[in-house]
Design a protein around this ligand. Structure first.
Ligand SMILES: [Zn+2]
Length: 415
């Protein structure tokens, strides 16, 4: 199985928006950009929402059937490990193998020596086509790379084989993700990670490194854009070089786990993939949930009541909800509006505070991030929330569609 050149992560907390998401993918295809959808959900998300991967498969199949989608589509077991992969096997054909927490575990003496030996042909000056800078590789560099990444790559191999023997090579796509860690991987490190994956016979097709700068949940990128652009372009160059140099699958491409809504980096990403004629996968589905809350607020009445409730309860349980996402949030608590203020907002004020339009004076990125991690509150509201989603269906679907099509796909592929 080979992943298409352009793919886009969709999927949503409550598995309700498959059709609206697929409509957005369809719309970009009509404009001549062949993007395919990948419905993704992680073990963490399933445990909070109390769902299983079967619901994601169902959502994807139903959307595809209802819209008559003829191209490929995938269901991604997002951020799985050896302990969590089994319950995803039957319903998934894309596996995001997450080994980030193995990074930095020193390699065994012998394994380190062997790693250095097998990559020693790169010692000296390494010139990668498309990158001006010449990389200096020496023995110490390779030893350090082994100590940082070898254990993680060996873990990838274990998980990959586990999937391979159960699914068969032709029935799944393997992504390797290293993004949920503190330190970014450099483009040169990315090359040696790919080289070692090749040695371990892992047929990786998409790889998600950690890029420099903060990828905060649900809001834009506020770090140094110039650094990001340079690093991203070098990473693309490395993947293209790795295909030829290492004999990795032609379909190999970067996967960007954006934490959603990194609009300001899209132009740089679009430019780099065009320059190298490379593919891309973007995983950004998380904000579909925010579009649901915006839709509820816009619908007014009962919908607005629930949207307010989600915010005020999230505020009461701030520490609990933000805790698991501590490293990927950028909230200034003093900028969070008081419950009384929010309860006085009308539909437009609530929606404007939440809609991701940094130019709108009512937009509040702190408010937005808190609601982004507050989906547990919606889970607890149970039928009250689910019924509201049904009652406000049209306005929600318009939000979901417009968000993915206008803000994401067009900016990435057509800017
Ligand atoms: Zn990720």
């Amino acid at each position: 199985m080979k992943i298409d050149k352009y793919s886009f992560g969709v999927g949503d907390r409550f598995a309700k928006e498959g059709k609206a998401q697929l409509k957005a993918i369809e719309a970009i295809n009509k404009l001549g950009v062949p993007v395919v959808p990948v419905w993704n959900k992680s073990f963490r998300e399933h445990s909070i929402v109390k769902t299983s991967q079967q619901s994601v498969r169902k959502e994807a199949d139903e959307a595809v059937k209802s819209l008559g989608w003829k191209k490929n589509y995938y269901v991604d077991a997002d951020h799985i490990g050896l302990k969590t992969v089994d319950e995803f096997l039957e319903y998934s054909d894309f596996f995001t193998i997450d080994v980030a927490h193995f990074i930095g575990t020193p390699a065994d003496e012998k394994a380190r020596r062997e790693f250095v030996e097998r990559h020693s042909k790169y010692i000296g000056d390494l010139k990668i086509p498309g990158i001006d800078e010449v990389f200096k590789v020496d023995k110490a560099y390779l030893e350090a790379a082994a100590d940082k990444y070898l254990k993680a790559i060996q873990e990838v191999e274990k998980i990959y084989i586990h999937i391979l023997v159960r699914k068969g090579k032709e029935n799944f796509i393997a992504e390797v993700s290293m993004d949920e860690t503190d330190q970014a991987q450099s483009p040169l490190e990315l090359f040696f990670i790919l080289a070692e994956l090749k040695f371990q016979k892992v047929e990786v097709q998409t790889i998600a490194p950690k890029f420099s700068g903060l990828f905060a949940k649900g809001i834009d990128y506020y770090d140094n854009l110039e650094n990001f652009s340079k690093e991203f372009e070098q990473d693309v160059a490395v993947t293209q070089y790795a295909i030829k140099e290492l004999g990795l699958p032609e379909s190999l491409k970067l996967s960007v786990h954006s934490g959603s809504d990194k609009f300001s980096i899209y132009p740089a990403m679009g430019k780099a993939i065009k320059k190298f004629d490379a593919g891309i996968h973007v995983k950004t589905a998380g904000t579909t949930w925010l579009e649901e809350v915006i839709g509820l607020a816009k619908a007014g009445g009962e919908g607005l009541e629930i949207a307010r409730k989600i915010y005020t309860r999230s505020l009461e349980r701030y520490d609990e909800l933000t805790g698991p996402y501590e490293t990927v949030l950028n909230i200034d608590k003093s900028k969070l509006p008081a419950p009384e203020t929010v309860n006085g907002w009308d539909a437009r004020q609530f929606a404007n505070a939440l809609i991701h339009d940094p130019d709108c004076p009512d937009y509040n990125m702190h408010f937005r991030q808190l609601i982004h991690v507050g989906y547990k509150i919606a889970v607890e509201l149970g039928d009250e929330f689910k019924n509201a989603l049904e009652n406000c269906r049209q306005v929600i679907e318009d939000q979901v569609y417009t968000n993915i099509f206008e803000r994401h796909l067009k900016r990435l592929f057509l800017q």
